[in-house]
Design a protein around this ligand. Structure first.
Ligand code: AMP
Ligand code: GLY
Length: 431
């Protein structure tokens, strides 16, 4: 491991969610004691440090902010600024950045781009066809069994994937995307993919060219309701480690998916620096890639980063400016669990502006990360998004982490609060 340059003293974190609150907290905890600031941030981040009202899609504004505040390093949370070329612009301005350039961000922003790379490099993934015409797509559908998966090519806020159980459902999804423009430009190209079965897991990998460090495992809960029911969300809760991913399985995933993915991306000429967040289906014939994201997961970040004993700043800075090969990641013992407190109605319609009262003190090991929060004109803390808070507990056992996180969730006063009651339950009951 070699960090090419001394650790930076001033850092800009871009984003406004629970992921970014966690990044800010962990960077502030660095022994290097950097100044950390955020754009645009949220009410919780604003309690920890200065937030600047520059939107995540305002690339020139973010570069100008980094320059005027003399940021020596920028850490980018969400995918939108990455796909708009924020990292490219920062590199042009000679500011080191953690987060891929626009070509690397295409791995998340275009499912067609990614699937072609996966197939070209023979990385295990579902067979797929690529279409922009309704007629050709429907003809292909008739050759494939159901269930079948229809995917809009572009970023569709997690909504552009339909797992169709019948041929009629599949046809409707194809027509809605290609003929009716349901997802706008994101759905002008589609993929029709064979349906994989098995348990889903994901792996977060810090990548720097051909070098990488695999972060501790975690398990998300994507559906809104207890028992994995109801619509898909951005994630309702997580825990780490995910014991279902045994050391032997993780070895296999590294051999068959992580190493080949990092090599394939480099071979495609992409100088990738950032998080490769790989969605994986554990099928009966082995792990297969469902998708790549090119950023930290939310709420995976809220359980994975608090478990690092390694200085996060040293890890991200080494990825951006040095050589990651041989970097030794130190992980704290114990288990972490995060319950997402959402606004009732999420992921569909929900109210904003509802007041939140947090408990006056939290037990050791419990942290409330803010996501969709703001201050109203009276200065009160209010809801300002679908996912409002991420309550994380770090404890010796998963049971204690769950009990501590849920006690804190119960102590939060907010009329519209909603959260799943069963985060971690499957791992707890597996024992
Ligand atoms: P994606 O946005 O590609 O991650 O897809 C969203 C969700 O759709 C995934 O988390 C899976 O639950 C499901 N999905 C995507 N692709 C497939 C597939 N080929 N087979 C089965 N389920 C899939
Ligand atoms: N938790 C899933 C995601 O960040 O996309």
């Amino acid at each position: 491991m070699a960090s090419a340059l001394p650790l930076p003293s001033t850092i800009l974190v871009v984003g406004s969610g629970g992921r970014e609150h966690t990044l800010v907290r962990c960077l502030l905890a660095s022994p290097a004691k950097p100044r950390v600031f955020c754009a645009p941030g949220n009410a919780g981040i604003a309690e920890d440090t200065t937030c600047f009202p520059v939107a995540v899609d305002d690339v020139p504004g973010l570069v100008a902010l980094a320059q005027s505040e003399r940021a020596a390093f920028v850490v980018v949370g969400p995918e939108i600024p990455l796909s708009l070329g924020l990292a490219d612009q920062l590199i042009a301005a000679r500011i080191p950045v953690y987060g891929p350039t626009a070509d690397g961000a295409q791995l998340e922003a275009s499912k067609t781009f990614t699937k072609k790379i996966l197939l070209r490099h023979r990385i295990p993934t579902a067979a797929a066809g690529f279409f922009s015409e309704v007629g050709a797509a429907l003809a292909y559908l008739r050759t494939r069994p159901v269930p079948i998966v229809i995917k809009a090519d572009g970023l569709a806020a997690g909504k552009g994937v339909v797992v169709a159980l019948t041929a009629a459902e599949a046809e409707t999804a194809v027509r809605e995307m290609l003929a009716d423009g349901k997802f706008g430009a994101a759905g002008k190209q589609i993929l029709i993919e064979d349906c994989l079965t098995g348990e889903e897991t994901s792996i977060l990998v810090v990548v720097s060219g051909r070098d990488y460090v695999i972060l501790p495992t975690s398990q998300d809960h994507k559906r809104v309701g207890d028992g994995d029911t109801g619509p898909n969300t951005g994630g309702m809760g997580t825990y780490s480690p995910a014991e279902g991913v045994t050391p032997a399985l993780l070895d296999r995933i590294e051999r068959e998916i992580v190493r080949p993915s990092v090599d394939a991306i480099a071979a495609e000429g992409i100088a990738f620096c950032g998080t490769l967040f790989i969605g994986i289906m554990l099928t009966p014939s082995g792990p297969q890639v469902i998708e790549y994201n090119t950023r930290f997961g939310d709420p995976e970040t809220q359980v994975v980063l608090p478990r690092l004993a390694t200085d996060l700043l040293e890890l991200l800075w080494t990825a951006a400016t040095g050589r990651l090969a041989g970097f030794r990641l130190e992980v704290k013992p114990g288990h972490s669990l995060c319950v997402v407190v959402a606004a009732r109605g999420y992921p569909d319609h929900y109210a904003k502006g509802d007041t939140i009262t947090l408990p006056p003190s939290l037990p050791a090991g419990v942290t409330v990360y803010h996501a969709g929060t703001a201050r109203n004109a009276a200065g009160q803390l209010v809801t300002n998004g679908g996912r409002v808070l991420g309550v994380t507990a770090l404890s010796p056992t998963l049971r204690e982490a769950a009990d501590a996180a849920y006690a804190a969730c119960d102590a939060i006063r907010c009329a519209s609060k909603y959260f799943r009651r069963d985060i971690g339950a499957r791992q707890l009951h597996r024992r």
